[in-house]
Design a protein around this ligand. Structure first.
Ligand code: ADP
Ligand code: GLC
Length: 481
């Protein structure tokens, strides 16, 4: 199996995509598959100074009418999944993966056409013939198109099937029509049945049309994206290809996210002995320079990309009502400037209640998961969401909008049965979010009830085993066709 992605943890990460690529290959390996991964060689990969060797130098790659070159490096970490890094510094030696605060890099289309074009070529060069090429998100969506439209007849590729996973339909890779000539795909593919989209090109559309199977990262989201509310203009196409669309819930890596063994948190704790969690809370308050008196008040946590997807508009609407409550709140985020400004200003207004930190900080993300009492994810949409799953394991009770993977993973608390693991709301409306938070606060005020919810949450198991098995079954079905 060759996994192709623009992000793979620990090498390069902006969101959950990297977490998935950091753990799914290993889980498949544990089921007996041979798995390799291909990704770009970004500056951050080079700076991490991991062990790698150059396998192919100056491999020719067509890009439009030009013939340029790529180098291919290979990780040489024994025991780990083998990773191929595609190197061309002109495209990938930059400070960020996709763009700066000012916006996306102007040549993202060209950068990822180049990456996609290189992947099948490097397989050929290395005589590595995968049974499955599994591509993730728009940055890799042209690979299934190359296999289907350029290479299908070559005997080398005859047995290979492609899988395309949609991690987020909000990012489709849409560019002006003139980019099409750079792809080198047959002219006929610039059409309604191909990758043409409202006069431009759409990478994700190419993946949907050409892949042998399409998956997305939760069963609920696989239904949602077939509706006009969630499909971002691709719902019609997805309904057309519904037979090859599957929803497979992400797993998480409990070796990395487990309060019993987490090296980043102040004290370990477990479902049997929760005492360490209070120490983690004190440590978290300290990290945000919030008053220690908040220790006995409910503490809300957020770790998120600052993007509209994550429901910040709802939160900004209710924030003053929230601040009237006797609680604290911490936020770690990076992304859109308007949200950064909003939260900076808020922290100045309520310095005794709110702590904010901007940028990317994995250690602090772990501290928040451990030290907060509740975790807020009021997403407008959420393909899967990993943070709420991490929160469950840390007994940090999630408050989420019941959409996508949040719907599939957070069973609402039911006072009659004392069952459930969190608090949910349905309508994308500020009052609905506020209602869910107030409900959580009422339960928090009753320690025995709260402890029960925490314990229910901590006992949930979303390890990769089950999900990896589902991918394996899908691969096998494709290969038997
Ligand atoms: P998405 O991929 O949409 O951003 P997920 O919940 O699937 O959402 O995954 C987010 C991942 O990124 C989690 O591992 C989370 O801890 C991490 N993350 C998000 N923002 C930050 C940040 N500012 N600092 C550290 N980690 C972050
Ligand atoms: C995307 C989605 C998120 C999902 C992640 C990994 O970034 O926004 O919901 O968990 O991909 O699949």
């Amino acid at each position: 199996i060759l996994m192709v992605s623009s992000e793979v943890a620990p090498f390069a990460k902006t969101g959950g995509l990297a977490d998935v690529l950091g753990s799914l290959p290993q889980a498949l390996r544990e089921l007996g598959c041979e798995v390799r991964v291909a990704m770009p060689l970004y500056r951050c990969v080079r700076e991490a100074e991991m062990a790698a060797t150059c396998l192919l130098a100056d491999m020719p790659v067509p890009l439009g009418s030009r013939l340029i070159t790529a180098d291919v490096w290979q990780s040489s970490d024994r025991g780990q999944v083998l990773v191929y890094f595609v190197r061309r510094d002109e495209f990938f030696d930059r400070s960020q993966l996709y763009g700066s605060e000012k916006g996306d890099y102007f040549d993202n289309g060209e950068r990822f056409i180049f990456f996609c074009r290189t992947v099948p070529l490097l397989c050929r060069q290395l005589n590595f013939k995968p049974d499955i090429i599994h591509c993730h998100d728009w940055q890799t969506a042209l690979v299934p198109a190359y296999l289907d439209l350029l290479y299908r007849r070559e005997s080398f590729w005859r047995g290979t099937k492609s899988v395309f996973t949609i991690h987020n339909i909000g990012y489709q890779g849409i560019f002006a029509a003139d980019l099409f000539t750079l792809t080198g795909l047959p002219k006929s593919f610039f059409s309604v049945a191909g990758m043409e989209f409202w006069g431009g090109v759409n990478f994700m559309k190419a993946g949907i049309v050409c892949a042998d199977a399409i998956t997305t990262v939760s069963p609920r989201y696989s239904e949602e994206i077939c509706t006009s509310e969630y499909g971002n203009g691709l719902d019609g196409l997805l309904r057309q290809y519904k037979d090859k669309l599957h929803g497979i819930l992400n797993g998480v890596d409990y070796r990395e996210w487990n309060p019993e063994t987490d090296p980043y948190i102040a004290a370990p704790y477990s479902v049997e002995d929760l005492s360490g969690k209070l120490i983690c809370k004190e440590d978290l308050l300290d990290a945000f320079q919030l008053p220690p008196s908040l220790k006995h008040r409910p503490l809300l946590g957020m770790v998120s990309r600052l993007a509209e997807q994550k429901g910040f508009d709802l939160l900004t609407d209710i924030i003053d009502n929230l601040m009237e409550q006797d609680l604290g709140m911490v936020l770690l985020g990076s992304g859109e400037l308007k949200y950064e400004r909003f939260f900076s200003e808020l922290a100045q207004r309520y310095p005794e209640k709110i702590g904010v930190r901007f940028g990317y900080d994995n250690r602090l993300a772990h501290k928040i998961e451990a030290g907060a009492d509740m975790f807020l994810m009021p997403s407008r949409y959420e393909p899967c969401g990993l943070n709420q799953i991490y929160s469950l394991r840390y007994g940090t009770v999630p408050i989420v909008r019941a959409t996508g993977g949040l719907y599939d993973t957070v069973e609402p608390y039911d006072p009659r049965q004392n069952s459930g693991v969190g608090f949910t709301f349905e309508k994308y409306e500020p009052e609905a979010l506020l209602g869910a938070v107030l409900q959580a606060l009422r339960c928090y005020a009753r320690p025995e009830v709260w402890k029960q919810i925490m314990k229910n949450a901590m006992k949930m198991d979303f390890s990769w085993g089950t999900s990896a098995q589902k991918y394996l079954e899908l691969y096998q079905q494709l290969l038997q066709r």
